[in-house]
Write a protein that binds this ligand. Structure first.
Ligand code: NDP
Ligand code: MG
Length: 367
């Protein structure tokens, strides 16, 4: 099989770097034909020198949005890997689908905002949506194309983040510096804060709902501090299948790029004996309200997940800028959800309007 020709949107981020590492590891399987960066020109130039056949786009100029769409639809690309933080990757992702490209999605925010629309478009065009998020990639591997009727539950594993065992009353003193120290994964700043609040898992519950077409009541979360079991599927017969690997995003990226093949690569083996033990515990739902809010938003449907996501993005930025205490992130999201008056519209324009309103509402709540 010839190498898959891949466009990486967000090539300078944490996922973008891992994707370039996979291309380096597997030159016979992955050829990078396009890359975008937003602000990091130095790293984009360096990446362009390493992959000289790739078309390069910087997206923070005035016509950045169009350039991203051009890149995502370029003739000669097979697979578009969306690794842009937040929702800026939605338009290019939808354009890529319309152009008949397969998608590999790391940007969970676009599936939370518009998962139903993305999945429907992909079905209509007969293209694949391959999950890169490690939990969803694990579920995708365990499911092997089985229909939702075979599934009793999807069980998302969650490291618990840096505050897994912190007493609830100490959370108000948590600083950005403390929250940015993730115990098992090295990732971008936004998702690292999301991991500390558990909004990352909240977004992933809704992401799973659309990727695998199961209701919110069939999506569970279990804390697993070692981040080795990446998620679990419980089938109707009560059998559970899990996927395990070291915590390195090159694993899910490689799987998405080589799918449905499995190829020998350069990734390190998992030594369970050396690891000794894997632990699991229930999440502290009373201390981390993000999971409850995700269930509410996912069950309400419509634009409520978009509101949750938008308010969270604004709140995370405010927290990182030192503007609000850590528990305020949950409070701001909850308030935005309470303030959202559903108007029944579930088309893209309606979702984007709700997203915009939730951002404005949350900004107005900031001190
Ligand atoms: P980073 O912050 O490390 O990287 C973000 C990338 O997006 C950079 O290339 C950045 O460009 C680019 N970018 C930022 N803003 C914009 C914008 N408005 N328009 C276009 N491009 C933009 O993020 P991560 O790599 O950590 O995460 C990317 C996505 O993947 C997120 O949605 C995250 O939730 C998801 N994810 C990440 C995981 C991880 O391990 N990191 C695991 C699972 C999912 P530049 O740097 O040049 O400004
Ligand atoms: Mg994840």
């Amino acid at each position: 099989m010839r190498a898959r020709r891949v466009v990486i949107l967000g090539a300078t981020g944490s996922i973008g770097r891992s994707a370039r590492q996979v291309a380096r590891n597997l030159p016979d399987h992955m050829e990078i034909v396009g890359m975008s960066a937003h602000t990091n020109v130095a790293e984009l130039t360096e990446a362009g020198a390493e992959f000289p056949n790739a078309r390069i786009v910087q997206s923070n100029g005035p016509d950045g949005a169009e350039k991203l769409i051009e890149l995502a639809t370029m003739p000669g690309a097979d697979l578009v890997l969306v690794a842009i933080v937040g929702t800026a990757g939605l338009a290019p992702a939808l354009a890529a689908i319309e152009a008949g490209k397969d998608l590999a999605v790391a940007s969970k925010e676009i599936l939370v905002l518009a998962g139903e629309i993305v999945m429907a478009a992909a079905r209509r065009k007969g293209v694949r949506v391959l999950p890169i998020d490690s939990e969803h990639n694990a579920i995708f591997q365990c499911l092997e194309g089985r229909p939702p009727e075979h599934v009793r539950k999807l069980i998302l594993t969650c490291s618990g983040g840096p505050f897994r065992t912190l007493p609830a009353d100490e959370l108000e003193h948590a600083t950005p510096e403390m929250a940015l120290k993730h115990p098992t994964w090295s990732m971008g700043r936004k998702i690292t804060i999301d991991s500390a609040t558990l909004f990352n898992k909240a977004l992933e519950m809704i992401e799973a709902r659309w990727l695998f077409d199961v209701g919110m009541d069939r999506i569970d979360v279990i804390i697993h501090p070692q981040s080795i079991v990446h998620s679990i599927v419980e089938f109707m017969d009560r059998s559970q299948l899990a996927q395990l690997s070291r915590s390195d995003m090159c694993f899910p990226i490689q799987y998405a790029v080589t799918y449905p093949d499995r190829v020998a690569g350069a990734l390190a083996p998992l030594d369970l004996a050396a690891l000794g033990r894997l632990e699991f515990e229930a999440p502290r739902e009373d201390v981390f309200p993000a999971l409850k809010l995700a269930r509410q938003a996912g069950t309400a449907g419509g634009a409520m997940p978009a509101v949750l996501n938008a308010a969270n993005e604004v709140a995370v930025e405010a927290f990182l800028a030192g503007g609000i205490p850590f528990p305020k992130i949950w409070e701001l999201v909850e308030r935005a959800m309470e303030a959202h008056a559903p108007d029944g519209s579930t088309d893209l324009a309606g979702l984007l309007a709700a997203d915009r309103q939730a951002r404005e509402f949350t900004l107005a709540q900031l001190p």
